[in-house]
Design a protein around this ligand. Structure first.
Ligand code: MG
Ligand code: MG
Length: 257
């Protein structure tokens, strides 16, 4: 498997990831109390297909849907359901799409109506972890440099980092090498190479770092049932500065309206 992409491949991957963040922006228009995650899932699948893409998650390892929708204490891999979202919930939406043979994979945690200040802080810190980590994803650094700054930012704000679930390389496969942990020690781990494409996806818990898997075989939730947030974007490793393969701009344009 080729860890390092050509510049042409990186351009194609930007298109796949733009489709994913555009899908999330469509969902941002709809997320409110009373909406079901199954409805959001249908909207996402239609949007991806109508733009020439294929949902990446649908059927992946047997996953039944286009989106992973994880509410409140659910960390990741939640299955869309008929349950209505409630005021004060948070909803992490993870979405993947294949376009031109390359995968996009991005996630955003949305507030449903008004949320508490404490939960708002969890969302802000988790998103900041992604950007702080991405700054370290440069040629010659090590994966531990990325994980260390994410862990430091989360823990210094009183939150904890999920250990079992990590980021990953991405390309013609949804999950490629290397694994990209959100914790670690500076100066340790594999070296980052120019034009490697990796998803940075901090999963940050308000309470303890411990997680359990629900009986549905997919949904991962916090053991203490306190909230968890998840943000994800892929970057291309470059000299001096990493390049994001998409952004949250479209999503936040909708949210800030
Ligand atoms: Mg994802
Ligand atoms: Mg991912």
């Amino acid at each position: 498997m080729n860890l390092c992409k050509t510049d042409e491949e990186i351009e194609l991957m930007k298109q796949s990831n733009l489709l994913v963040t555009s899908t999330l922006a469509e969902l941002a228009k709809l997320i409110q109390p009373g909406v079901t995650t199954k409805f959001l899932d249908r909207v996402a699948e239609d949007f991806i297909r109508s733009h020439g893409g294929i949902p990446s998650f649908l059927g992946y390892g047997g996953f039944p849907n286009t989106l992973c929708t994880s509410v409140n204490c659910q960390v990741v891999h939640g299955i869309p359901s008929d349950e209505e979202l409630k005021e004060g919930d948070i909803l992490s939406v993870d979405c993947g799409a294949i376009l031109n043979g390359y995968h996009g994979d991005c996630a955003y945690t949305f507030a449903v109506g008004n949320i508490s200040d404490e939960v708002r802080k969890l969302l802000n810190v988790t998103k900041a972890c992604l950007f702080i980590g991405a700054e370290k994803a440069i040629e010659g650094n090590r994966l531990g440099d990325v994980g260390a700054v994410i862990q430091q930012h989360a823990e210094s704000n009183g939150f904890s980092v999920v250990r079992e679930m990590v980021g990953h390389g991405i390309g013609t496969n949804l999950h490629e090498k290397p694994e990209v942990p959100n914790y670690g020690r500076k100066g340790t781990g594999p070296k980052l190479l120019k034009n490697q494409t990796i998803c940075i996806e901090p999963m940050i818990n308000m309470g303890s770092k411990n997680i359990v898997q629900e009986n549905d075989g997919w949904t991962v939730r916090t053991k203490d049932r306190k909230p968890s947030a998840h943000f994800e974007l892929p970057v291309a490793v470059k000299e001096g500065k990493s390049v994001f393969l998409s952004s949250f701009e479209k999503i936040e344009e909708v949210l800030n309206k």
